[in-house]
Ligand binder design. Structure first.
Ligand code: TXE
Length: 488
């Protein structure tokens, strides 16, 4: 792990096996951190936060360090991508693209570091000068899932450090290796010891201590909503602010006037890219009834020949499920959909072929005849399972799209700009993509409506999630203090 600038094992000297989802076999050992390690990491981060080495840097100097870090990550992007693919089974092409773009978050927030300005208030109390300071919060704890390990950490770390905070990063126990491989880069970039700390281990053994630690100022969580609720409860007990990104049940809505081939590809990428293991997976395809059959036909033409295989091979299009428990969860949702009367028109079970190693593969699966209230259309599966739902009018499409507890993202496929704008205004989702899907940038805010979470990552304003405003009053007239028993 990385604690106070040192590479350390867990205090207990215990290790966890990290499994390769393609083979199902262990390929790495990670320290099994626990409460004592979390405590050391938070204290190291807190000491660094108060220390001159970090606090004494100008914001401009912090920004330059983040630029250096970006360059170091860029130089190792392909190596880190190969580690992530081996660890979480997502396609090498996907992880390479992600890792090559990831430095942009550090460059964007590196540039923003010295533009977080306070204000001079035109105060209405004569003889006083009032201004604000934007100050860092302290130690930021980041709890990150397994699906995009470094990217989801970078979304939190880059603005947190730019604003002058320090950082304790708890990667998922299923995908910690890339975080540990990145550990040497922080010192190389010029970050003082303790500014970034990494603790690995089981969520259940590290989470409570991290979230409830008195020296943690804020928690940034990405993960499932059940774990999110636990984190939120613990944070509430200790009166700590949190941001939460909790996944979704995003709808890809295809209207009759859409460029159909693009829409088909968009829906394929929404659900089968990353084997459906993305928070923005477009797991519901809402298709206008007049083009429903043609859409399904064209969709199956692509999806039925998607190449499954070793995610490290560039020709592979669908990889394994990252964890065995997630594999079981996906299969159980397929069973539930069948029991509730959805029609399985593609896949519908485990994929077992010699070229698929010993890993956790599920056939790309498509259900038609899905009713909006079926569990497969309401609950997050987080796997390669698409529900196709027909609609007859814009209003019906909107009602179905908005008819879940989630609100992370939505896709709209139409040639009508008026319809696109109306949808963009009325969809209850933190991101709406029109005639595109799964595009992100450090410049654009990302986050959830409803149960998909709160707080935003990326974009200009998200740095505000990592500062607190201090109001400073100065008496300027030199007048005697009037009656001290009356509020001024
Ligand atoms: O995630 P968890 P899991 C959804 C998806 C998936 C489900 C469960 O539907 O099937 O969540 O996945 C840490 N205190 N998403 O169980 O548990 C854990 O170690 C503090 C959506 O793998 O949410 C890991 O670092 N932390 C999602 C992180 O929480 C705890 C991405 C996420 O794990 C903890 C992943 C505790 N008590 C899954 N228990 C998205 N939004 O993209 C666990 N953790």
């Amino acid at each position: 792990m990385l604690i106070g600038g040192e590479r350390v094992a867990a205090a207990s000297s215990q290790w966890l096996e990290s499994l390769n989802p393609y083979t199902g076999n262990p390929w790495a050992l990670i320290p099994r951190g626990a409460a004592a390690d979390v405590d050391r990491a938070v204290i190291a981060a807190h000491t660094a936060f108060r220390g001159r080495e970090w606090r004494g840097l100008t914001a401009t100097a912090r920004g330059k360090i983040l630029h250096k870090l970006a360059d170091l990550i860029a130089a190792r992007a392909d190596e880190l991508a190969a580690i992530e693919t081996t660890d979480n089974g997502k396609l090498i092409l996907e992880m390479r693209a992600q890792l090559r773009y990831l430095p942009e978050w550090f460059r964007y927030y590196g540039g923003l570091a010295d533009k977080v300005e306070g204000r001079v208030i035109p105060i209405d109390r004569p003889g006083h000068f009032n201004f604000t300071l934007e100050e860092p919060l302290g130690v930021i704890a980041a709890i990150v899932p397994w699906n995009s390990p470094l990217m989801l950490a970078a979304w939190k770390m880059a603005p947190a450090l730019a604003a002058g905070n320090t950082f304790v990063w708890k990667p998922s126990e299923h995908s910690s290796v890339s975080a540990l491989a990145m550990a040497p880069l922080f010192a190389e970039a010029g970050l003082p010891p303790g500014v970034v700390n990494i603790v690995t281990g089981l969520g259940s053994e590290t989470g409570e201590t991290l979230v409830g630690h008195p020296n943690v100022a804020k928690i940034c969580f990405t993960g499932g909503d059940a774990t999110g609720a636990l984190v939120y409860q613990t944070a509430a007990k200790h009166i700590k602010p949190v941001t939460m990104e909790l996944g979704g049940k995003s709808a890809n809505i295809v209207f009759a006037d859409a460029k159909l081939d693009n829409a088909v590809k968009g829906v394929v990428s929404g659900i089968f890219a990353a084997t459906g293991q993305t928070c923005v997976a477009g797991s519901r395809a809402l298709i206008h009834r007049s083009i429903h059959d043609e859409f399904v036909e064209r969709f199956l033409k692509i999806a039925s020949v998607a190449r499954m295989g070793n995610p490290l091979e560039e020709t592979t299009q669908v990889g394994p499920i990252t964890t065995q428990s997630q594999y079981q969860k996906v299969l159980s949702y397929i069973d539930i959909a069948k029991q509730q009367g959805a029609k399985c028109v593609l896949g519908g079970g485990p994929a077992q072929r010699p070229e698929l190693g010993g890993g956790w593969f599920v056939e790309p699966t498509v259900f038609t005849g899905v009713k909006p209230d079926m569990r497969i259309a309401q609950e997050e599966v987080f796997g390669p399972v698409l529900s196709v739902i027909p609609f007859d009018s814009d209003e019906e499409a909107l009602a179905i799209a908005n008819g879940t507890i989630y609100g992370l993202a939505a896709g709209v496929w139409t040639a009508d700009i008026g319809r696109a704008l109306k949808m963009a205004h009325t969809l209850e989702a933190g991101t709406v993509w029109v005639n595109t899907y799964r595009v992100s940038s450090p410049l654009s805010p990302f986050g959830g409506y409803k149960r998909s979470g709160f707080g935003r990552e990326s974009g200009l304003l998200s740095i505000r999630e990592f500062v607190q405003e201090k109001s400073v009053w100065i008496e300027t007239s030199g007048a005697d203090v009037p009656n001290p028993f009356i509020i001024r």
